[in-house]
Design a protein around this ligand. Sequence first.
Ligand code: NCD
Length: 319
Amino acid sequence: MRHLLAASDLTAEQALAILDTAREMEAVQAREVKKLPTLRGRTIVNLFFEDSTRTRSSFEIAGKWLSADVVNVSGKGSSVSKGESLRDTALTVTAMGVDAIVVRHPASGAAHRLAGWVDCHVINAGDGTHEHPTQALLDAYTLRERLGSLAGRHVAIVGDIAHSRVARSDVTLLTALGARVTLVGPPTLLPAGVGSWPCATSWDFDRVLRGAVDGPVDAVMMLRIQRERMGGGYFPTEREYAAEYGLSPERLALLGETAPVLHPGPMNRGLEISSAAADSPRSAVLRQVRSGVAVRMAVLYQILGGAGAPEAGVEAAGQ
Ligand code: NCD
């Protein structure tokens, strides 16, 4: 695999291989010495043009635990704020001899463009409202941990679907792994063309939670209302949105007792998710964060590690 730009870059077999490798990587996280020598001598640049807490630090920790050198370059504080183009910034970074760029950018398609300009590996860490493939992998990983297999499972993804690259990548990956997905949100927040996506849609969260749309729900993923990508007017008031689409304690009670609650973060507590849901034992939000490091280690390993079994590195670290 040369790049990871979209969830559709992965066959189901490749995705499962990454998830299995991630499980081995997670076993390493439990050790006192977490480092593997696998990517020693490799350099990864995190090129982030949008704010990020978990994705950037997760890629940084993943790279470091594989012994790569990781450099962070952000839009703020770099020559981008002096007007440098994405292409010039990328070519400048690669001229230093880096092996991979992990890129986050507000423009949909930016990661694909970048991959056409540079000769190193490119991993998409979120481009506009388009794709966020490693988030989809960590969501799939978390769901597998909680539900066993994804085959035949019904996942409801709820909220601001229109602006969500997570929803796009999740629909592709989760359905490829055999799950059924129902997207739930007000019509204004369902994207144009959603009818052609391989999933059901609904405007009625309560009906979905009662199992009236494509059967009982095995897991629910709440999405952040992305105010920074909105011009306003998508719903009357935040109060009304929370009343119709927020995961309130009452709605949490409608969910099956073993059904996990996911959220990619950052959460708007009191808007799309109540604190009761976010902090309940069913919440998998911090599990997702933890899974994220293991999954990104697996992705970096698959892309940069070359031949050889991951166990080789795992064993070396244990010596
Ligand atoms: C998501 C993103 O940036 O797309 N967050 C994340 O990567 N953890 C979702 C969001 O910003 O709401």
